[in-house]
Design a protein around this ligand. Sequence first.
Ligand SMILES: Cc1ncc(COP(=O)(O)O)c(C=O)c1O
Length: 399
Amino acid sequence: MPRIPGRRLLHSPGPTPVPDEVLHAMLRQPTDLGDPAVAQLIDDCERGLQRLLQTTTADVFLYAANGHGGWEAVIANLVGPGTVVLIPGTGHFSDSWAEQVRAFGGEALRTPWREGLPIAPAEVEALLRADRAQRISAVFTVHTDTASSVTSDVPAIARAIQAAGHPALHVVDVVASLGAAPFAMDALGIDVVMGASQKGLMGQPGLAFVAANERALAAAQRNPAPRFYWDWARRRGAMPYQKFCGTAPLAHLAGLRAAIGLIEAEGLDAVWARHQRLAGAVQAAVSAWGQGFALFAREAAARSVSVTAIQTPPGVDPEAIRRVAREQFQVAVAGGLGPLAGRVFRIGHLGDQNEAQILGCLAGVEAAMLQLGLAFDSGLPAAQQALVDAVRAVNATPA
Ligand SMILES: Cc1ncc(COP(=O)(O)O)c(C=O)c1O
């Protein structure tokens, strides 16, 4: 393959671009596992994730794994044959999590997926109220479904669980939202959170984490299902070898520590505001395209700040746009997943992204649409205006 001059813009919603600081932190010789620097590195990652998740009470468990590994860690500890969990429908990723629960012999109750819409908290509350025997042991919520680009209202779902007076644990997948959208584990009363390195955390793929509070750890202790690698109890020791059920993935941990440092140097509020601003620019551009192109997420408040799924007009193959954007214009965007395959393409705008990258991405996608002879109105002026308006709004806000 000939070298591509310059950089291809990566706008998949994970993996996302990895900052140079993170790449450099990973480029290192391993240390022997008894070196105190290893224990320090693990501790820094655990404390750093606690700060990002806004928890002072939950234990953090790190795994050499992808997001599916994080899901499996949750399931292996909390689900056994016959365990019932409620997984509200959000589309592809809640479907996949439910499939994994069933593979472990668990029963996954579902609320129906409403295309383009977030989870309805009232449906969660109704199912929990109807569960008089309290068979449902946990609610598994996908915060942002990366396939549909819809973000559900986790605080409202937490309130629904509380209103139902049901003791189910609340487990939240923040794979696509942590480091992009506000989230506060303790304040929301969330029992378990799981995530992965390759999205808002700006890392190479391959590191997953779970944070579990006392209530969740106690539930895991009562679960007799066999487990080993994922077992929270087995990993609660102080020794690095114990914490990782073997050798720690040192380079990935060094990358995670560097990434947390970057997020905290920018400031969580600033990181969230940047994601909001960039998402607003993409949404403005797509809305201006017209001619049958449309935002898949129907409610403005539920549009993800991490990723935007774009429905194409009838007869327009989103994969063709994707292919030309990547091969001809060096902009990599993502395709549709599950029920949305062939219906949407997706622009990722999370992690190490800025205004120039977003405008470059939109320009590249529009160039691909032009090359394919598609009808649309350019959305670049609207995107630029959205960015200008966002800066003006900040400047007009009294300090
Ligand atoms: C919300 C969400 N959960 C879970 C996963 C699974 O992660 P992985 O592909 O790393 O296994 C993804 C992947 O994109 C995701 O977006």
